[in-house]
Design a binder for this molecule. Structure first.
Ligand SMILES: [Zn+2]
Length: 167
């Protein structure tokens, strides 16, 4: 039934929007909430998206659109079961912080130093520039991981094509 599939698509969109906005589940549109009560797959999708959203929301790591893309990729990769990504969040953030602060801040501060009046200002600018780049890098790493995972999900452990069951 093509209509049902379209409905699922709309409900998952609503779930993603709801998660990205950080709104409680109770604020889902009534038609979406009704659908969740009758569609086990979308209900599972919703349960998968919520906890991963909460994990992603711990820091200013993500812009809303990036968060949305990551959530969508995660949810598509492993319908509902997205816990695999959570252990990667801390290492990805740590790598991005190391990559963005240790060397680059020092280099940038040295580079800006002669151009501005005070050393503190140079460090401030360097910190700002490098932290923005670092957050972007961490987001990109997670999106790439999620995409990779989605590709791998094309085949399951037994080598069967893991096609999404038409609802
Ligand atoms: Zn559905």
């Amino acid at each position: 039934m093509p209509g049902a599939e379209l409905e699922c698509e709309r409900v998952r969109e609503a779930l993603l929007d709801n998660s990205v906005e950080g709104a409680p589940m109770s604020e889902l549109p009534p038609w979406a909430a009704r659908h969740l009560g009758s569609c086990a797959e979308c209900e599972r999708f919703g349960r998968g998206v919520r906890p991963s959203y909460d994990d992603l929301d711990r820091g200013p790591l993500y812009t809303a659109s990036l968060r949305r893309r990551t959530l969508a990729a995660m949810a598509a990769a492993d319908e509902g079961r997205v816990g695999w990504l959570v252990p990667w969040l801390a290492p990805a953030a740590a790598v991005s912080i190391a990559a963005s602060f240790v060397g680059p801040v020092w280099l940038t501060a040295r580079w800006i130093g002669p151009l501005v009046s005070s050393g503190w200002m140079a460090w401030g600018i360097a910190l700002g520039v490098c932290s923005s780049l670092g957050f972007a890098a961490a987001g990109a790493v997670l999106v790439a991981l999620a995409d990779l995972r989605a590709e791998q999900a094309g085949l399951d452990a037994a080598g069967r094509p893991a096609e999404r069951r038409p609802s």
